[in-house]
Design a protein around this ligand. Structure first.
Ligand code: UD1
Length: 446
């Protein structure tokens, strides 16, 4: 007999809320444990840079495991198309990029302002076309996000840098030359931009104090498959021997460790058992240790991870965000949601970004007790959370609010879900498939 699945909130009980921002909402009824399987997508932070790397060759680049429905991927697609590249997506995360006929080396303000990662077209364009003009990425909700290290690296390789009408123009009419570049502090973006420029530069480039993030290693592996010569990936010194040209390649995007970590925390908070498919614990040790200390069992099972919590959540902990392999800043907000439920709460110090506690006032609206002093947040726990209307302020903050909603009593409504859509594919469907009572309420179409 066919059964009808009723929405978890009957219309008579709660009239459908409307987003104040005119965008989609996510509504969660907390209190359900999670049981089921979640397919982990390709890493957003890898995928975006790999798409930029496709500018380095005339040949077609083919990718698998691309998180093609993410808003950030769609934004970068527009950027690449504005330069003359063609981007074609196929089923199941396949993507082909053809950048043979580049018609412009200028990335426009209207597109770059949407997403800072667009600035990463600069290295490949400069390397292949000897010039690039990219709008200054501007500030961002989580901090000022400067680009001085990127520009310092290009200058060291012989480029001239000028600021014209809000656009940063880099130019190397005689081509880039290999150089020794030491970053004053570890920067993921600057390492990626310089790495992509150096693969086509004349001679040897050495990047000191390079970022070691798995997404950099993924980029490096793709560049090597395209014919680049790179040593030291995953260490703080990367050595690149420039080659005259690169060719097309097929590359599989690495699994998203931040998405993986977010669902690990979801299962830790809600309880139950979930299987994360095509995921690896390898790059998540900084998260796994405190989760285990809090009573969560995490097992790698071939290419899947099983996360289980059946007993009570135990003690919280103190973490500090750091460059890889330290605790990732992109899991800080989600971990804070977890600490509200742990014995003794915990403390979080954010060292990467100066303004990344914007989720705190929103969590406070749900009953969380969090105090901030400088760049340290002290979280009281365990603290019962109650559903509320909350506003997503940035990508990872929105995930944290959804996680808080999973354990809050009553209904939580998260507004400005477009932040979430930048970096999580089908989050509400993935959680719903595991028993969460969560749904998307589309914005009213005018
Ligand atoms: C950073 C994170 C990355 C995360 C992303 C989005 C680190 C090391 N990087 O990457 O994991 O996915 O944010 O949240 O954790 N800086 C400069 N000048 C520059 C470039 C950077 O001063 O030219 C500073 C930044 O202000 C920041 C730090 O270096 O304090 C790290 O920045 P960077 O790694 O470049 O940022 P993202 O690449 O955006």
């Amino acid at each position: 007999m066919a059964t009808t699945v009723k929405p978890f909130i009957q219309p008579s009980q709660a009239p459908a809320p409307r987003s104040k921002s005119g965008t989609d909402l996510i509504r969660i009824q907390g209190g359900q444990p999670l049981h089921g399987t979640i397919e982990i997508s390709g890493a957003k932070n890898s995928a975006l840079i790999l798409m930029c790397a496709a500018l380095l060759t005339e040949d077609t680049m083919r990718f698998t495991n691309m998180p093609t429905s993410l808003r950030d991927i769609l934004t970068l697609t527009k950027v690449l198309e504005s330069l003359g590249a063609t981007v074609a997506t196929g089923p199941e995360g396949t993507m082909a990029i053809q950048a043979r006929h580049i018609t412009s080396t200028k990335a426009d303000y209207d597109l770059v302002k949407e997403m800072r990662a667009s600035f990463l077209v600069m290295g490949p364009l400069l390397a292949r076309f000897k010039e690039a003009t990219v709008s200054m990425p501007g500030g961002c909700a989580i901090g000022t996000r400067p680009i001085d290290f990127h520009l310092m690296g290009f200058e060291a390789m012989g480029a001239t840098v000028t600021l014209e009408d809000g656009y940063m123009r880099v130019c190397a009419p005689h081509g880039l030359k290999g150089a020794d570049i030491t970053f004053p502090r570890v920067s993921v973006g600057a390492t990626e931009n310089i790495l992509m420029a150096a693969v086509l530069a004349a001679g040897i480039t050495r990047i000191f104090n390079a970022a070691c993030e798995p997404e950099i290693v993924d980029l490096g592996r793709c560049l090597i498959a395209m014919g680049a010569q790179i040593e030291g990936l995953g260490t703080s010194t990367i050595t690149i021997t420039g080659v005259p040209s690169l060719h097309g390649a097929l590359h599989q995007v690495v699994a998203d460790r931040i998405e993986t970590g977010t669902y690990m925390i979801a299962a830790a908070m809600a309880g139950g058992q979930i299987r994360l498919k095509q995921a690896s614990t390898e790059h998540l040790q900084a998260l796994i240790a405190p989760l285990q200390a809090a009573g969560v069992t995490i097992t790698q099972d071939d290419s899947d991870i099983i996360v289980e919590r059946s007993g009570p959540l135990l003690q919280g902990t103190t973490i500090t965000t750091e460059v890889h392999p330290g605790f990732p800043t992109d899991l800080q907000a989600q971990f804070m949601a977890l600490l509200t439920q742990c014995q003794g709460g915990g403390q979080i110090t954010e060292t990467i970004w100066e303004n990344r506690f914007m989720h705190v006032p929103e969590m406070a609206r749900m009953g969380a007790k969090i105090t901030i002093e400088g760049n340290t947040a002290t979280i009281k726990g365990p603290q019962a959370l109650t559903g509320a209307k909350v506003m997503a302020t940035d990508l990872r903050a929105s995930a944290a609010l959804v996680l808080a909603g999973l354990v809050a009593t009553g209904t939580t409504t998260v507004d400005r879900v477009y932040h979430l859509d930048r970096g999580y594919e089908n989050l509400e469907q993935k959680l719903k498939a595991c028993g969460a009572r969560i749904e998307r309420i589309p914005a009213e179409t005018p």
